[in-house]
Design a protein around this ligand. Structure first.
Ligand SMILES: Cc1cc2nc3c(=O)[nH]c(=O)nc-3n(C[C@H](O)[C@H](O)[C@H](O)COP(=O)(O)OP(=O)(O)OC[C@H]3O[C@@H](n4cnc5c(N)ncnc54)[C@H](O)[C@@H]3O)c2cc1C
Length: 396
């Protein structure tokens, strides 16, 4: 099924050109190597370097800062194509784009000038650090603190689950700046923490890679701040107390990324399944001719189509600058759960071969569950969706 959209919009031509380049990169460089990188759980330096050459780290950065200035729908479609090849590749972009978005939207001119040009080229890559060992869904319970000391902040605490945490040159970090705030969600600020890629940088220690079920090749790490000094002018937007709201605005973009990568992974599982179903024979005919398999394919194809539509709708809404917590939450919830369902069905269609690492389904099946957890679990999406629906349908 063809799934490009909006042929008449302002970015249509450049989007189609870039998507063609990305598909070529996916087919020639990602797909042939993904199995090996996944099996060895190694950081794919070559792929990241190619992504820099292709300008992928600067897709949404405004042209005046050296980026392509493209819209969020184009970003989502690129993420989808990359995830079709290997979900981990889309993970190199997500935290980076959340960082670019935060600086572009809330940063001071000095912060934009300092960081965006180097982020557009991928010279500086971004990590996004909200979670802690004892705080994930409950963001307001973070403990990492930043105390003002002259022109600097002294940062102490432990952050958890940092995707791209080792290779990043910038960690967008949520910290507590006011130990006694008027409300639970005030008192937190975002610090733009620059560091050298690697294990140690100033008072920062990066832990070993967390060994994961899937989403391999992308490092996910713990990061500890021990009296680490950050210049005071690196508070995002120059104002304390805005951190929770700023990070939540970026999470909406992260949820669109997850939705898009879920669509990409689900499309791959579907394509592999429909091909396999027409080749594999049982009881004298291709399994695709058994109605039970056709029903599976029909359900998979229908849900995949719906997932793509909600994902693109959320991307467009965010691009228009409209409030999009409801749509991003719905897209994230629906796309991630649908992807997981489609991967399970794909495994069934592949029979024993679905369980063999030789076939891509085995990897898709391990990668898919991350999307139910990352950027807020399905339960948290349902809380967001439920709250917003009740708000919209309030009875006087
Ligand atoms: C591979 C990977 C990469 C990640 N990358 C990053 C990253 O780059 N940056 C970052 O900041 N974080 C990252 N995370 C963390 C991720 O965002 C959190 O794991 C996620 O938000 C869930 O938080 P938690 O693990 O603390 O679970 P918890 O909050 O402890 O939740 C445990 C369970 O309780 C449920 N639950 C919690 N509260 C409620 C409630 N009120 N009502 C109903 N159910 C509830 C949850 O849905 C879940 O099922 C990553 C996680 C993984 C696995």
């Amino acid at each position: 099924m063809a799934h490009t959209t909006d042929a008449t919009d302002e970015h249509a031509e450049i989007r189609e050109e870039l998507l063609a380049v990305v598909r070529q990169f996916r087919d020639k460089e990602i797909i042939p190597n993904a199995g090996r990188y996944d099996a060895d759980d190694v950081y794919p330096v070559e792929l990241v370097e190619r992504m820099k050459e292709l300008g992928l780290f600067g897709i949404t950065v405004p042209p005046e800062y050296g980026g392509l200035g493209l819209d969020i729908l184009t970003y989502a479609q690129i993420v989808e194509e990359l995830a079709y090849g290997w979900m981990s590749v889309s993970g190199f972009l997500n935290t980076h784009f959340m960082g670019c978005f935060l600086i572009k939207t809330f940063g001071t001119d000095a912060q934009k000038d300092r960081l965006l040009p180097r982020m557009a080229t991928g010279e500086v890559r971004g990590a996004y650090s909200l979670s802690e060992p004892d705080a994930g869904s409950d963001v307001a319970s973070i403990r990492t603190k930043a105390e003002r000391d002259g022109d600097e902040y002294l940062v102490n605490g432990t952050k958890m689950w940092l995707t791209n945490g080792r290779e990043a040159g910038l960690v967008v970090t949520l910290v507590r700046t006011d130990p006694d705030p008027a409300s639970r969600h005030r008192g937190m600020s975002v610090l733009l923490v620059e560091k050298e890629p690697g294990e140690r940088s100033g008072g920062i220690t990066v832990g070993p890679n967390i060994h994961k079920l899937g989403y391999r090749g992308v490092e996910t790490v713990e990061l500890t701040f021990d009296d680490h000094r950050v210049p005071a002018d690196m508070v995002l937007g120059g104002e304390e107390g805005q951190g929770f709201f700023q990070m939540m605005a970026a999470v909406e973009l992260g949820r669109i990324n997850i939705s898009a990568r879920a669509v990409g992974v689900a499309q791959r599982a579907f394509d592999e399944s429909i091909r396999y179903a027409q080749q594999r024979q049982t009881f004298g005919k291709p399994i695709a001719e058994h109605q039970a398999i056709q029903f599976k394919l029909a359900e998979m194809g229908t849900k995949l189509h719906a997932a793509r539509l909600v994902c693109y709708d959320a991307a467009r809404r965010k691009q228009r600058g409209e409030r999009s917590d409801l749509e991003a939450g719905m897209a994230k919830y629906f796309c991630s759960e649908t992807c997981w369902e489609i991967c399970q069905e794909a495994l069934r269609i592949h029979g024993g071969n679905g369980y063999a690492a030789e076939y891509p389904i085995e990897r898709l099946y391990r990668d898919a569950p991350l999307m139910i957890v990352g950027e807020g679990t399905s339960e948290i999406q349902k809380l967001v969706i439920g709250r917003r629906l009740l708000e919209e349908h309030a009875v006087d």
